[in-house]
Design a protein around this ligand. Structure first.
Ligand code: SF4
Length: 92
């Protein structure tokens, strides 16, 4: 139950997740586990997939690439990807 509380503090949601688990129905949590470890560049917003020249990624430690192929820096990529995600969220 402790692990279930990490997924949701809502009792009704916990019941649904337990029921899904009992009936072997996969949920977002199961799919998340299959994606681990997730891409660190993506989690930092430093991976850009906007155009066919990419994907480009920026090294957050300053040792690797600091610009995408088009010249976008970390700030530009983070903003572009954030706006892109926001637009997708608003449309779905
Ligand atoms: S950083 Fe520039 S070149 Fe790379 S994928 Fe994004 S838009 Fe394309």
């Amino acid at each position: 139950m402790a692990k279930m509380r990490e997924k949701s503090i809502d009792i009704a949601t916990q019941e649904v997740l337990n029921k899904a688990q009992q009936e072997n129905i996969k949920t977002v949590w199961d799919r998340l586990e299959l994606q681990r470890p997730q891409c660190g560049f993506g989690q930092l917003g430093l991976c850009c997939t906007v155009c066919s020249m990419g994907p480009c990624r920026i090294d957050p430690f300053g040792e690797g690439p600091q610009l995408g192929v088009c010249g976008a820096n970390a700030d530009t990529i983070a903003v572009i990807m954030s706006i892109r995600i926001l637009c997708i969220e608003l449309l779905t």
